[in-house]
Design a protein around this ligand. Structure first.
Ligand code: ATP
Length: 357
């Protein structure tokens, strides 16, 4: 199947700055893909090239297998959703939905029919005469998306649409957004620096850093099998613990020794002996009461409550490890024994920052 959108070795340079470096990725019809990365990593520049607002320095952009670089933005049939779901506040929902079609000179009878159909699909029929400034955020989200979809774009681009909204609102809009996308089977490229947004809505996530694609995969792949240290640290909250370790190999067996444990057997992989990082997510460390204050017991320096769970900050031979446990299990100052879930541990090459297989 021809991908809906394909980026081939896409590059953008602004004088000295290489904003996007040889980026290749493709989106299938109906896929929701997020570009995720810290500020300045090249997400918005990538989106602007797809939309036609920036000209690539090199590489190509194909929609349905056809190169679009020579087309101006308005001829690319790409829908853009504005930041904060801005809608025209003085216009009715009906006029907001009709806006793009009107701009294209679509006759009013055709327009009215398309607006009615879109309102039905997005559950906006009862609100068609309501003004933009009388809508709640959920309604605004649907209007902002509806007025783009009504123009039948090939794909929809969203650039941090929820960035200025408060946390509880974002949580409910995320769920709704996913539902809309599932119903309409629209291909979406979504730009965000917020891993929770990317994880909760995307079919696949493309993680970028300093203009380069680090990894693309399902949310679970990105979380469980990050390719390198950057992805391992950028994804996950609280962040992954990186514990310096000494690796010994014996045939296929890999054993690691850390400041607090000797010869933890990973029992797999192709690690080379030497000093590396043991990567352990805070949810993959189990806590048990320590029998005594001897070796194998570590003091809890402080706790952060999340509600049902707590993040423990544990002094592990001078390094603070984070572990997540049910609230109330441990108090500040307690000593605890730690059991690592080694089936989920990562071994990261200290020289190359690559996660070892
Ligand atoms: P943010 O979330 O902060 O927008 P981003 O990941 O979207 O970040 P870009 O805005 O794409 O990143 O910027 C990537 C790099 O390119 C940055 O170093 C930025 O300063 C630079 N850059 C972007 N646009 C321009 C421009 N018009 N002229 C010069 N440099 C630019």
């Amino acid at each position: 199947m021809t991908p809906k959108l394909e980026l081939r070795d896409l590059e953008k340079r602004f004088d000295e700055v290489e904003a996007v470096k040889r980026l290749s990725l493709s989106l299938d019809q109906g896929e929701f893909v997020s570009l995720l990365g810290p500020s300045g990593c090249g997400k918005s520049t990538t989106l602007a090239m797809v939309a036609g607002f920036e000209t690539p320095t090199a590489g190509s952009i194909l929609v349905d297998g056809q190169s679009v670089e020579a087309l101006p933005p308005q001829r690319r049939r790409i829908g853009l959703v504005f930041q904060d779901y801005a809608v025209f506040s003085k216009l009715s929902v009906r006029s907001n939905l009709a806006f793009g079609l009107e701009a294209k000179g679509v006759p009013s009878a055709v327009r009215a029919k398309a607006v009615k159909a879109m309102a039905e699909r997005l559950d906006l029929t009862g609100l068609l005469d309501r003004r933009g400034d009388r809508l709640n955020m959920s309604e605004m989200q649907r209007v902002a998306i509806g007025r783009v979809l009504v123009t039948e774009p090939q794909l929809v681009l969203l650039d941090e649409p929820m960035s200025n909204l408060d946390a509880s609102l974002r949580a409910s809009l995320r769920g709704e957004m996913k539902l809309i996308q599932k119903q309409l089977r629209q291909t979406i490229l979504y730009v965000t620096h917020d891993q929770v947004e990317a994880m909760s809505m995307s079919d696949r996530i493309a993680v970028m850093s300093m203009g380069e694609l680090q990894q693309i995969g399902s949310p679970e792949e990105i979380y469980r099998r990050p390719r390198n240290r950057f992805v391992a640290e950028f994804i996950g909250d609280p962040p992954i613990n990186l514990i310096p370790c000494e690796v010994q190999t014996n045939g296929d067996q890999v054993a690691v020794t850390t400041a607090g444990h000797r010869n933890l057997v990973l029992g797999r992989g192709r690690a080379t002996a030497g000093r590396h990082w043991l990567g352990l997510r805070p949810h993959d460390i189990r806590i048990a009461p320590a029998a005594d204050a001897g070796a194998g017991s570590f003091p809890v320096r402080f706790l952060e409550t999340l509600g049902a769970e707590e993040v423990l900050h544990i002094d592990y031979g001078g390094q603070l490890l984070q572990a997540v446990t049910p609230t109330g299990a441990v108090r500040e100052g307690d000593r605890v024994a730690l059991r690592f879930d080694l089936t989920r541990a990562l071994l990261i090459d200290a020289g190359t920052d690559i996660v070892l297989p």
